[in-house]
Design a protein around this ligand. Structure first.
Ligand SMILES: *Cc1c(COP(=O)(O)O)cnc(C)c1O
Length: 353
């Protein structure tokens, strides 16, 4: 009767694999504030190598990585240009204002994908009357836009023109490996001219904790100071970095499975009466669908799903987000679809229990 839980709330819910736990158990450690943790050092060296950069820095969370980059690359009183659904604007607790003293200038772009024509009118160079632009930030893949991916030449063009305008560009690449798999391009290619890149080990890559910043040696040295300011100087962090190394080496090659499962969900959802989703736009591991046509609100559908061991969060009154990852398989996704068909297939009153 009790089917196992299918947790589609986020790719952050993954549990460490047996290989990760073994690596954690065996990890060589030291004090990383003294730069003496060999496992953290190896993780940073591998990240720098994979992204073809000078250096990398291990941070406890993606938020700390993004906010460290913003602090290093801006001055108080400046603006940060980002898309209106950006994680740095919506989910980082106002930290860019609280810590760096900067304001977001948000732009609405189709599928969360900015381009230079949208950005250019918002760039304010040195000016006697207007707040100055300090930084441009892109998010790839875009979480709230349903895991959408930047066409490589669009991102390259933004970075190139930003540099001509004298502006640095930070990439929130929490899921850059998903973009890499979707496009069939190396992460180093997709990120090459950004001034700083943050990516997460603890999302689709499946590590329990941690993100990395990559960039030039000078940038990373500054970022190290800011990380310490924020209390992110960890000691025997090799215990965690060991799992991160396994995630970095092993997980990218299985992300295509998550994308296939998301596509299966999207195609199935598109066929359920009352549910609206453009499944052609589902290209990575995140999807949003609108349930208003079913007569139920998103929180109602989410609750009914939960009662049947399918977990998915409502994003607002109308839509629900689902995210695939290593701890849900194809059978779980098929069951999620079956349960949804049953929930929205019954008249409103009968399903309200
Ligand atoms: C998850 C996420 C982050 C970082 O989140 P943390 O929970 O702080 O690790 C940053 N950007 C995006 C787009 C994300 O989805």
């Amino acid at each position: 009767m009790n089917s196992p839980i299918v947790d589609l709330r986020s790719d952050t819910v993954t549990k460490p694999t047996p290989a990760m736990r073994r690596a954690m158990y065996e990890a060589e450690v030291g004090d990383d504030v003294y730069r003496e943790d060999p496992t953290v050092n190896r993780l940073q060296e591998r990240a720098a190598e994979i992204f073809d950069r000078d250096a990398a820095l291990y941070v406890p969370s993606g938020t700390m990585g993004n906010q460290t980059a913003i602090k290093v690359l801006t001055r108080p009183g400046q603006e940060v240009i980002c898309e209106e659904r950006a994680h740095i604007y919506n989910f980082e607790m106002g930290m860019m204002a609280a810590f760096s003293g900067v304001l977001p200038r948000t732009i609405c772009a189709e599928d969360g994908i900015l381009n230079w024509d949208l950005i250019a009118p918002n760039v304010r160079p040195r000016h006697d009357h207007r707040t100055r632009t300090g930084l441009i930030e892109l998010e790839n893949t875009s979480n709230l836009a349903g895991g959408s991916v930047y066409p490589p030449q669009v991102a390259e063009d933004i970075v190139e023109r930003a540099h001509v305008a004298g502006l640095p560009v930070h990439l929130d690449g929490a899921r850059i490996f998903n973009a890499s798999v979707a496009l069939g391009r190396w992460v180093a290619e997709l990120t090459k001219n950004f001034d700083s890149v943050m990516f997460c080990l603890s999302k689709g890559l499946g590590a329990p904790v941690g993100s990395l910043l990559v960039g030039s040696k000078e940038f990373i040295e500054e970022a190290r100071v800011v990380r310490k300011m924020m209390g992110g100087g960890m000691r025997q962090a090799g215990i965690l970095a060991a799992a991160g190394l396994v995630a970095l080496e092993e997980s990218p090659k299985r992300l295509h499975v998550d994308h296939e499962n998301a596509k299966l969900l999207a195609d199935g959802l598109a066929e359920i009466p009352g549910i609206k989703i453009d499944s052609a736009k589902v290209v990575t591991n995140i999807l949003f669908f609108d349930v208003t046509g079913t007569g139920f609100s998103a929180p109602e559908v989410s609750q009914s799903l939960k009662a049947r061991n399918i977990w998915a969060n409502p994003y607002n009154a109308r839509s629900i987000r689902m995210v695939t990852h290593q701890d849900v398989d194809r059978a779980g996704c098929e069951r999620a679809l079956q349960v949804l068909r049953e929930i929205v297939g019954v008249p409103r009153k009968a399903a309200a229990n």
